[in-house]
Write a protein that binds this ligand. Structure first.
Ligand code: FCB
Length: 433
């Protein structure tokens, strides 16, 4: 299995792994706003998370399988609604569970990357407006402090928040995720509070972690926005607006410790130097046209390129975008961890080539000096894909939702070879051209 000399070799200490999120894989997360949302019938294919992958009970076997597939890192999230089921009461059993989870990874020499907030909120928090009001800061801080005290010795890489802009856009512009509101005012408030929450969490992690090598980051979703009609300046203009709101404003607020328009003004309290590494979630590109019909999206219409290959989610497959967003992040002189990248693909037809083409682009960026330290593929297992339900399969490992049986897909075997070799060999590159 081991290749002597990969043609595209990655750095020696590169982290090779996969990513998941608690609600998508654990099952029975009954105490969160997402569970309630599912019961209200909002999921497009009519499914619910229910037992999901039952990873809550099967994590040991799952981790053993990931390690056998030569993965040396794994990103997971802590389920706040399990850890703090009622305000201020921390559940001992849940805390013990996550210690067992992290210890299991450490025993297998798999580096954990731990997300504190991946879209779900405890029900009691959503009843108080979740991230809409600044009250969230103290309760988030209290939860983070508890998590760092309980797990800090086992965790080097903390991710404070997953995709703040996606969370806020889906929940407060599209209304397709909880709380299902449509308000640009609330969108701004939520993101403002998330910027503050990130800074608060960073300070707490640095103060309380017993590890001198602790690193704090955020998992930020970056997309490429290109004008669909390059000859038209208005298309360029709306593409730049989309980019600055989606890609730049929140990230730069965190990086610079200064709020960026339109999410506030002035310095971010506690926000100086609030990122040790940049977590990148990259999936696709949007083409953009100027369109009077969409004042709520700053007169931009955003869509997948009609003539290019697409995933089962309808997203364009655009590997060069990985290179482009890495070059963008490279300017900030921070280590970069690719915290998600993957493809919705029912029969594993697209995933092998997707993996290779995206890794090629990552390698290209590394060659040009972009400090990428690891790649965590989304996802380890097929899982519950939020509003899309179970229709979209993102796993390197197939999950039979009736029996919960796991089967490694061809792409999972391919990724194992890549992880073992620390890069791509000539035969893989040939297969992709
Ligand atoms: C990202 C989410 C992740 C998963 C993938 C497909 O936006 O962070 O939970 O749903 O998309």
């Amino acid at each position: 299995m081991t290749l002597d000399c990969p043609s595209l070799a990655f750095p020696r200490d590169f982290l090779w792994g996969t990513a998941t999120a608690s609600h998508q894989v654990e099952g029975n997360n009954t105490n969160s706003d997402w569970w309630a949302w599912e019961q209200q019938g909002h999921i497009l294919d009519g499914t619910r998370s229910n037992l999901a992958c039952d990873h809550y009970h099967r994590f040991r076997e799952d981790f053993a399988l990931f390690a056998a597939l030569h993965q040396n890192a794994h990103r997971l999230s802590l389920e706040w609604s399990r850890i703090e089921p009622t305000p201020g009461n921390f559940d001992r059993e849940a805390v013990q569970h996550y210690r067992a989870v992290l210890e299991a990874l450490r025993r297998l020499n798999v580096e954990p990357v731990v997300t504190l907030h991946h879209f779900t909120n405890p029900l009691w928090l959503s009843a108080k407006g979740a991230w809409e009001t600044p009250d969230v800061l103290d309760v988030f801080g209290r939860y983070v402090a508890h998590a760092v005290d309980a797990f800090g010795d086992l965790v080097r890489y903390w991710v404070t928040l997953n995709e703040p802009v996606v969370y806020a856009t889906k929940g407060y512009v599209e209304g397709s995720w909880p709380p299902g509101k449509r308000s640009l005012f609330l969108l701004r408030q939520v993101l403002h509070n998330m910027i503050l929450g990130h800074a608060r969490a960073t300070r707490i992690i640095r103060e309380r972690s017993p590890r001198s090598d602790v690193r704090v980051g955020v998992a930020h979703h970056l997309r490429v926005f290109d004008p669909y009609r390059p000859v038209l300046p208005v298309d360029h203009f709306v593409a730049r607006v989309g980019e600055s709101i989606f890609n730049r404003a929140v990230l730069l607020s965190m990086l610079k410790g200064q709020f960026q328009f339109p999410f506030g003004r002035g310095p971010v309290p506690e926000g100086t130097n609030a990122l040790d590494f940049l977590g990148l979630n990259y999936y696709s590109r949007d083409m953009v046209t100027f369109d009077f019909r969409y004042p709520r999206s700053y007169f931009g219409s955003f869509f997948a390129h009609p003539d290019r290959p697409k995933t089962a989610a309808g997203w364009e497959i655009y590997p060069e975008g990985m290179y482009r967003v890495l070059k963008f992040l490279g300017q900030f002189d921070k280590p970069i961890l690719i915290t998600e990248n993957g493809v919705a693909d029912e029969r594993d037809e697209l995933r092998p080539a997707f993996l290779i083409s995206h890794l090629q682009q990552i390698h290209r960026a590394i060659q040009e000096g972009v400090p990428v330290q690891g790649y965590l593929h989304w996802s380890a297992l097929d899982n519950f894909e939020w509003a899309e339900g179970r229709r979209l399969r993102f796993g390197l490992i197939h999950v039979d939702y009736d029996t919960l049986e796991r089967t490694v897909k061809p792409s999972g075997e391919l990724y194992a070879k890549i992880c073992a070799a620390g890069g791509l060999d000539a035969s893989m590159l040939g297969a992709n051209t």
